[in-house]
Design a protein around this ligand. Structure first.
Ligand code: CAA
Length: 400
């Protein structure tokens, strides 16, 4: 078993970390105060080749692995979770297209967005007021009209929507079929695509989420991705991949909390010695370090499975909930170790707490991840022979 990164991955990891050190970490608090879309830093990330990594080479993209994407997410998440979410938003928006669109569709609709001088954005439009965790309850409609689809409905909490040039929209083509009637369409920006309320969040302020209203938006029928009715499965397959990206971002936050608290525990003197020498603090640091390390391994394993073409629903759910919980716990523990300095907005840790909270909520709440994980475990155990044969409730446990 070899845990090392390939030369290409190592170079990308080093580049993403150097980029974060120069362009994100020192500016994160100031950027947050501006509370606006961090266009300049994201433009630089685009020019540095840190975005759109998963677009296949045949469609004009870098054709890199999911493991590579997670490296960029962890490195940039270490600097600022909001900026990292903005850098990653195209991964989510374009993943359904990479999964199910034809190369010709990718060339027509995605290549122009990833090959120009200026950074362009896509927006993943699944969530609605009535369809959050229950993603199959999407009410937005896509109705066939001759050679076009007409899209009507409203999405909410959509990342980078005000900046987006292309919207990946999950809409119902046959409402009576519920989640089996959902389809995916690419919808280019137009007057019929309107931006509604821009959300005011407690953290991750360097990413923007808003409502998107599709007011009879017309698109040619070749904007349908895959077949009608495949939308829900494409959404789930997308999230299997992109949840590893959120887990990576969370790993970055968890590691940042370890590093800030560890630095402080060395410097801060009380009772004539560094506070890190007290076991109460040292044991907290040990637990925090282990959480960050375990998050990294779960994340890279989930991404590696996807790169091998092996279904990773359970493992990406494990990675997402574990790493998001680790980020939250580590941020809180870092604040505790740093005392007053952990609570002040001039220092980085109170922001980590606010930023980490969203990691437990978006791209499927951590409760949804546990639903996915436990569903898979129950399936795996249904006919499992553990070697210990016993009757439960008077019944033999079924054997394989
Ligand atoms: N791959 C392929 N197929 C899958 C699948 C997967 N990972 N998961 C489910 N399916 C299939 C099932 O096999 C089933 O197919 P059949 O009917 O043919 O057997 C079908 O999809 C329905 O599956 P379920 O019965 O499990 O579906 P459900 O309605 O119970 O929902 C859920 C399951 C896991 C709760 C799902 O709805 C879910 O993930 N919800 C959370 C949605 C989410 O993550 N939203 C985040 C939006 S993006 C965001 O937050 C980012 C931002 O920009 C802010």
């Amino acid at each position: 078993m070899d845990f090392s990164l390939s030369d290409k991955e190592q170079k990308l990891w080093d580049k993403a970390k150097a980029f974060t050190m120069e362009h994100i970490t020192p500016h994160a608090i100031e950027l947050e105060k501006r509370n606006e879309f961090p266009k300049d830093v994201v433009q630089k990330a685009y020019e540095a080749g840190l975005m759109n990594l998963h677009i296949p080479a045949e469609a004009g993209g870098p054709g890199q692995s999911l493991v590579s994407e997670t490296l960029v997410s962890e490195a940039t998440g270490y600097g600022d979770a909001g900026v990292a979410t903005t850098i990653m938003c195209n991964n989510l928006a374009f993943a359904p297209l990479v999964i199910a669109a034809t190369i010709d569709q990718l060339k027509t609709y995605v290549r122009p967005l990833i090959t120009g001088k200026e950074v362009k954005f896509g927006a993943f439009c699944l969530t609605e007021r009535v369809a959050g965790s229950d993603a199959g309850a999407v009410a937005t409609r896509a109705e066939k009209d001759g050679d076009e689809y007409v899209i009507t409905g409203m999405k909410c909490f959509i990342t980078s929507a005000p900046q987006a040039s292309l919207f990946t929209v999950f809409a119902s083509t046959q409402p009576e079929l519920k989640n089996k009637g959902l389809s995916v369409l690419m919808v280019p920006k137009s007057k019929a695509v309107k931006i509604g309320l821009i959300e005011n969040k407690m953290g991750q302020k360097n990413s923007v989420q808003s409502e998107v209203i599709f007011d009879h938006a017309r698109v040619p029928k070749d904007c349908l991705v895959g077949k009608e009715g495949e939308g829900f499965k494409i959404a789930m397959m997308t999230l299997d991949k992109t949840r590893a990206g959120i887990a990576a971002l969370a790993t970055g936050v968890a590691q940042r909390a370890v590093d800030e608290a560890g630095k402080f525990a060395n410097i801060r003197q009380q009772f004539g010695q560094s506070i890190g020498n007290f076991q109460g603090i040292g044991f907290m640091l040990a637990d925090m370090g282990a959480r960050a390390a375990a998050s990294r391994q779960l994340t890279r394993y989930a991404a590696w499975l996807a790169d091998k073409g092996i279904r990773n629903s359970k493992d990406s759910a494990f990675a997402k909930f574990f790493a998001a919980d680790a980020a939250m716990q580590n941020a809180i523990d870092a604040a505790q170790i740093m005392g007053g300095y952990g609570y002040l907005s001039e220092y980085p840790v109170e922001k980590l707490i606010r930023d980490a909270k969203l990691l437990q909520i978006y791209e499927g709440t951590n409760q949804v991840q546990r639903v996915v994980a436990s569903g898979n475990i129950l399936k795996e155990c249904a006919n499992l022979d553990t070697g210990f044969h016993v009757k439960y409730d008077g019944r033999d446990a079924p054997l394989m």
